[in-house]
Ligand binder design. Structure first.
Ligand code: NAP
Length: 289
């Protein structure tokens, strides 16, 4: 059993840290809003620290799951950052969805201190985190990955090394690009069916057994037809993720015409007050124009 620290107890991090504790590991947590860290320590019987550095001190594995690149730098670098508390030979695993650039930057900065760094964004949403069945896509050195994988497995159904530093984040970009276009197609199909006066429960039941089947159809098509979006993966997060992918595509030359368009649709959802709505809320633009 390992000595671990978990930094960032949001929708995802809170249950992920809980699975580490349930898996028998020692867990010290840090959260910017201390009340959440206190509640976590009470719920799970772990300890909480006033800074990322103090949470990380003495830990063999330090995990983070915060918002974006800048949030990540804020909890990792500087005098009170996690790296300042980590010893040589320890392993840093980041579950934030961030850029491949920041993953490489932290791998280099950590490497200079003898800390092994793995970028490890996740897929599977809040339910995946709560049920401990996330998909984790990793970038880094295989020796560090082999040591971290059994610990990550506490909250993962699948955990795969994709390549060198940044490869986990690049894989997550592919994941988000696939979802964005699919959700617009699903929105158009559901909205069309509603306008045609079809029984949409029946439609979803039939077509989800055919070639149109997808996770989004099985889990989101019903709620999309009812206009329910108060759950799931926030539009603000999706815009961050599409922004990261669009910037990466500028460099690697990939064309992303649909993703760029869907990103603009999400900007319209935000303007309607939907910043925290689930990403399936694209249908709101079609149904309410
Ligand atoms: N939610 C999902 O379904 C999902 C699925 C896959 C991947 N992700 C990714 O996972 C990451 C976390 O998502 P989430 O849904 O857990 O977000 P969240 O509920 O908004 O939680 C964000 C966490 O990061 C902390 N944080 C943010 N900025 C910080 C800063 N500058 N300094 C210190 N702490 C900071 C927050 O602290 P406070 O409590 O103080 O605000 C909170 O603990 C994101 O990168 C997201 O894209 C989310």
């Amino acid at each position: 059993m390992a000595k671990t620290a978990f930094i960032g107890l949001g929708v995802m991090g809170y249950p992920m840290a809980g699975h580490l504790k349930k898996g028998g590991h020692e867990v010290a947590v840090y959260n910017r809003t201390t009340a959440k860290a206190e509640r976590w320590a009470k719920d799970h019987g772990g300890s909480f620290a006033p800074t990322p550095r103090e949470a990380a001190e003495g830990a063999e594995f330090v995990f983070t799951c915060v918002g974006n690149d800048d949030d990540l730098r804020a909890v990792v670098l500087g005098d009170d950052g996690a790296f300042a508390g980590m010893a040589e030979g320890t392993i840093f695993v980041d579950h934030t969805t961030a850029s491949a650039d920041v993953a490489r930057e932290l791998a280099e900065t950590g490497g200079a201190r003898g800390i092994e760094v793995i970028d490890a964004p996740v897929s599977g949403g809040q339910a995946g985190a709560e049920n401990g069945v996330l998909t984790v896509m990793c970038g880094g050195e295989s020796a560090a990955f082999d040591k971290a994988k059994p610990v990550i497995d506490c909250f993962a159904r699948s955990c795969v090394l994709m390549g060198a530093a940044g490869a986990g984040q690049l894989t997550k970009m592919v994941n988000q690009l696939c979802i964005a276009g699919l959700l617009q197609g699903l929105s158009e199909g559901m909205n069309f069916g509603l306008k045609a006066g079809l029984d949409m429960e029946k439609v979803i039941e039939v077509i989800s057994k055919g070639a149109a089947q997808s996770w989004q159809m099985e889990n989101r098509a019903g709620t999309m037809c009812k206009g329910e979006f108060d759950f799931g993966f926030a539009v603000d997060w999706m815009r961050k993720d599409l922004g990261i992918a669009l910037a990466e595509a500028d460099r690697n030359g990939a064309r992303l015409p649909v993703a760029a368009l869907v990103d603009q649709f999400y900007a319209q959802v935000q303007a309607r007050g939907g910043r925290r709505w689930d990403t399936s809320s694209l249908i709101h633009l079609l149904a309410n124009d």
